[in-house]
Structures are given as structure tokens and as C-alpha cells.
Design a protein around this ligand. Structure first.
Ligand SMILES: [Mn+2]
Length: 320
């Protein structure tokens, strides 16, 4: 099985490059849970990636860098240290020099927190609930992995959902992700974390409240229709556009939903587009002159307020 082979490769890699290790990780629940598991296993240092588009520059070169739940860049890394990639996103065509441990082609697909748990703790451990929280966020509650299903059964789906949502609230509020990892590390199970007054947990609850309030405000915006495009606009200091797009996608299955978050805290408009197949959100928005990134059913972009106004004017003109 791949995991056993990968575990040996990982051990060999660590032995060949002794010294302080650093994990650079994603900021969603899968990335944070992976980081917490890696920290429990290695005691190394953690650094959250400030964006998914660009890897951070490191102040010094650690003995090994572990890249967790972040797509591997084709152009190589922003450091010279030997690198281990633990991930489930499709790797680039041309792989930079690294040890690549990646489940992107598995059926069913696994996520990084599951992979991290298997690599360091095997199929079962007292930390399984952390891997399950990450998996629930990335794969949903139906994914057929004993590690996930066992934890859902042990702790109950509502409690695990609450935990996942709490861990995700830090990046949804554009807050600090470190308290989420500390909360995972300082508690032995979902129940004690959820009922805790640990500062990390208190901080996450504040983030969650903030997102909830911003979301309630954003949900009250009504769509404008331009052909098969439904545009929803609101102003916010919280990146809630993708959640709002998700909500409207269900309500308007025949449309491409384009949600625009005019940020009140900086001069950008964050766009999130969603469509139910077979409408291809990316292609249709590209035809309308927008540069968007993502998958056929979900895409995003960041525009300047001027670019956004220009886009809207064009829509008004072509759909009077
Ligand atoms: Mn992931």
C-alpha cells in the first residue's frame, strides 16, 4: 500500500536531513488540522501561508520544509531547503525537486489531514478526531474512510460539524489561524474543545460571531439579472462572498451566480462565481471579459473597484 511506502520514504528523508523542520500550511480546516497533527508528531515549527497564490519567503532555511495542503508550485519553492509535499491537489506537470506524497488520484479522494494522520499515526490514534475535522471540511460526511466515519460515530455529526466550523472561522473572518491550531493541540477531544474557555477557543468563537453577523447582512442583498448571469453585490469587511455564492447557487440553479464583495476595509472587490453544471462559470465569465480562476462550477477573482464598475456597465449595456 502507498502509505507504508510513503512512511518509509518520509522517515528516510527526515534522517537524511536532520535539524529543525518547518511546516508551511494552508489556512482552511484541512490545512490547520494537518498542521496540528504534524506538530504533534514532529514538534517542528509552523507557518501559515498568507495566500494560496504565493508561498511565503522564509527568514532562514530550515533543514526540511513540509508543505501541507498547498498545491505544489511548478516554478519551485521560495526557499532552498529540501521539501516534502503532503497534499491532495493535482501536482504540476513539471515537478520541482521534492518528496511528493499526494493522494489526488485516489478513489475515493482523501484529503491532507487524513494523509498526515496515516503517515504519522497510522489508521487509529487518540488524534483521529483532528484528522476527521479536516476531512469533514474538505470531503463532507459521506466520504468512506474508517478514520472519518469512526470519529463521526464516536463524537456525533453535529458536534464534529460544530468543531469544523469553529476551526474554519479564523480564515473566514480573515483572522489569525494560530489560535485554531493551539485549540486543537490543547484539547484531547472535540467535546472538551467545544466546551472550553481556552483563549484560542474564545478567539475562534469571536471570529464565528463576526462571520455570522456579516453573513446575515450579505444574505439580504438581492440579485440583478443579466441574461444567464445573476449578480449579487454587498459591502463587507469579511470574505463571506463564497458562502453567499453557495447559497444563491442553490436558489438559482439555472444561472451563473456572481457574488461581489466590495471590501470596506481596502479598495478591492472580491468575486465568487458558482454554477450548477453544465454551466461553466469560468468560460462564461471569461467571455464577458473577466479573468477568473477555479473549477467549472466554482471560480473567484479579485478586481479593483474601477474594473468592477466597468464590468457592470458592460452588463447593463448588453442586457438593457
Ligand atoms: Mn485540503
Amino acid at each position: 500500500m502507498a502509505i507504508e511506502h510513503w512512511r518509509q520514504q518520509l522517515q528516510r528523508f527526515g534522517a537524511e536531513h536532520p535539524g529543525p523542520a518547518l511546516a508551511v500550511h494552508d489556512f482552511d480546516a484541512d490545512g490547520l488540522c494537518s498542521a496540528a497533527l504534524w506538530k504533534l508528531a514532529t514538534q517542528g515549527d509552523l507557518l501559515v501561508a498568507p495566500s494560496r497564490q504565493m508561498l511565503p519567503a522564509l527568514e532562514s532555511d530550515p533543514a526540511v520544509v513540509y508543505l501541507l495542503d498547498l498545491s505544489c508550485p511548478q516554478e519551485g519553492f521560495s526557499w532552498s531547503s529540501p521539501t516534502v509535499v503532503i497534499d491532495h491537489h493535482p501536482p504540476p506537470d513539471r515537478l520541482p525537486s521534492c518528496l511528493m506524497l499526494n493522494t489526488h488520484d485516489w478513489k475515493p479522494p482523501a484529503c491532507t489531514s487524513l494523509l498526515t494522520h496515516w503517515l504519522y499515526f497510522g489508521e487509529q490514534s487518540p488524534h483521529a478526531w483532528i484528522a476527521a475535522a479536516g476531512a469533514l471540511s474538505d470531503l463532507g460526511d459521506k466520504a468512506d474512510f474508517p478514520l472519518l466515519q469512526g470519529s463521526l460515530k464516536q463524537w456525533g455529526l453535529p458536534k464534529m460539524r460544530k468543531l469544523t466550523s469553529l476551526i474554519n472561522s479564523a480564515h473566514r473572518a480573515e483572522g489569525d489561524c494560530r489560535p485554531a491550531i493551539d485549540a486543537l493541540l490543547e484539547h484531547g477531544d472535540p467535546h472538551s474543545l467545544l466546551s472550553s474557555n481556552h483563549p484560542g477557543v474564545v478567539y475562534l468563537r469571536e471570529c464565528q460571531d463576526r462571520v455570522r453577523r456579516r453573513l446575515n447582512h450579505a444574505r439580504s442583498a438581492h440579485p440583478q439579472f443579466f441574461g444567464n448571469l445573476a449578480v449579487v453585490q454587498f459591502a463587507s469587511d469579511c470574505p463571506v462572498q463564497s458562502i453567499v455564492a453557495q447559497i444563491w447557487r442553490t436558489k438559482l440553479p439555472a444561472y451563473i451566480v456572481l457574488v461581489a464583495n466590495r471590501r470596506t476595509d481596502r479598495p478591492v472587490v472580491q468575486l465568487s462565481a458558482r454554477s450548477k453544471a453544465p454551466l461553466h462559470a469560468i468560460q462564461l465569465l471569461q467571455q464577458r471579459g473577466l479573468t477568473v480562476k477555479g473549477h467549472p462550477g466554482s471560480a473567484g477573482a479579485v478586481l479593483s473597484p474601477d474594473q468592477w464598475e466597468l464590468f457592470l456597465e458592460t452588463q447593463h449595456e448588453s442586457h438593457p
